[in-house]
Design a protein around this ligand. Structure first.
Ligand SMILES: NC(=O)C1=CN([C@@H]2O[C@H](COP(=O)(O)OP(=O)(O)OC[C@H]3O[C@@H](n4cnc5c(N)ncnc54)[C@H](OP(=O)(O)O)[C@@H]3O)[C@@H](O)[C@H]2O)C=CC1
Ligand SMILES: CC(=O)N[C@@H](CCC(=O)OP(=O)(O)O)C(=O)O
Length: 319
């Protein structure tokens, strides 16, 4: 069977590079184009050694994208930039499968919000898929199994590696400023607070920080419970919710971010109970560039092109 073609718009970035790596090993997809204004004309294999081919980066304007005729288009652009590309496809009457990694369509009900372990059954063949935020993925996975038992908003403390802040230089991805440091930011009103609240259907409070490591994030979620629970019952809920989910691992102990870097799954554990059984602390980790972005996009794409959800996601890099 012929492979389907895929274009990545914004392929110089961290998430774009991870997608190139995944597609290079994918049995049913091949790269049609990868865009970057900065790397225009340069060979892809010079930046992503896992890719073995002749393709070079190009820099099409949004209006030129439809003519490139890829079956699948991933938008890996900064927030606020997806709209012009989507408009160009609409205007040209082209209808590729579009996956937007940015936050631009996470509140648009016409788009499928693709967090497979929680929203799989809501996919009705939509050709437009909004990929969740990285922290938002971890928080939703950590809270969802207890959602109906919450007595108060979950309070979530997040720490991300600085690749989460993208490649545009800022304090949040400056290794000098991050050295020996933990940098709090957006302590109220972060986009992922709104995103998790909207998709979980309960208000979530979220306090993000960025740390000196490159990749991987931790969210530590404090959950007040409407009735006292035993730890075994709490763990049982998580094991039941994620039974048969190859990309979510439920652990007894709290997971460590250093062990999740470069892996495609999320780990959830800790389950520290307060003495009265009315409060539990759940810790989730994932690689922000993989389960928090590229791997999740690949799960969503695979499903939409009729492949198994894990096609192209290397078995050696998951549990
Ligand atoms: N990093 C992460 O952990 C996660 C990121 N995301 C989201 O995914 C998207 C991509 O993130 P990430 O890869 O980290 O971002 P980067 O900052 O690393 O890359 C952004 C890409 O967009 C291009 N770009 C930048 N500015 C513009 C512009 N004004 N117009 C057109 N292209 C532009 C850049 O290439 P060039 O300038 O060469 O054209 C680059 O390829 C973002 O929306 C981000 O919020 C989602 C989950 C996790
Ligand atoms: C460390 C850091 O800065 N992380 C990013 C999250 C990356 C992400 O998932 O971003 P989008 O929701 O924009 O897709 C942030 O807090 O904005």
């Amino acid at each position: 069977m012929d492979k389907q073609t895929i274009g990545i718009v914004g392929a110089r970035g961290h998430t774009g590079a991870e997608l190139i790596r995944l597609i290079a090993r994918h049995p049913a997809l091949e790269l049609a184009y990868v865009s970057s204004r900065e790397l225009d004309g340069q060979r892809v294999d010079a930046y992503v050694p896992e890719y073995a081919g002749e393709l070079r980066y190009s820099a099409p304007a949004p209006e030129q994208l439809p003519a490139l005729a890829a079956d699948v288009v991933v938008l890996a652009l900064p927030n606020g930039k997806a709209g012009a590309c989507v408009e160009a496809f609409d205007k040209a009457g082209a209808d590729p499968l579009i996956v937007d990694l940015s936050a631009d369509h996470r509140f648009d009900e016409r788009w499928y919000y693709g967090l497979p372990e929680l929203t799989r059954e809501r996919w009705r063949g939509q050709r437009r898929i909004s990929n969740p935020g990285c922290y938002a993925t971890a928080i939703q996975l950590a809270v969802a199994p207890l959602r109906d038992l919450l007595a108060a908003p979950p309070v979530c403390f997040g720490v991300s590696g600085y690749s989460g802040a993208g490649t545009t230089p800022s304090d949040k991805n400056d290794p000098q400023k991050l050295r020996d440091n933990l940098m709090p930011y957006s302590l109220t009103g972060h986009m992922h607070e709104r995103e998790t609240s909207a998709h979980l259907g309960v208000p979530v409070e979220f306090m993000p920080h960025v740390a000196p490591h490159f990749r991987g994030l931790t969210v530590t979620c404090n959950l007040y419970l409407a009735r006292p629970m035993k730890r075994d019952e709490v763990i049982g809920r998580f094991q039941h919710a994620y039974a048969g989910e190859p990309l979510v691992r439920v652990l007894d102990e709290a997971p460590w971010v250093s062990r999740i870097a470069g892996k495609h799954h999320a780990e959830i554990g800790g389950f520290a109970m307060a003495a009265d059984g009315r409060r539990v602390v759940v810790v989730a980790t994932l690689d922000n560039l993989l389960k928090g972005a590229a791997t999740q996009a690949m799960q969503n794409i695979n499903r939409a092109i009729g492949q198994g959800e894990l096609a192209g996601i290397p078995a050696a890099e998951r549990p």
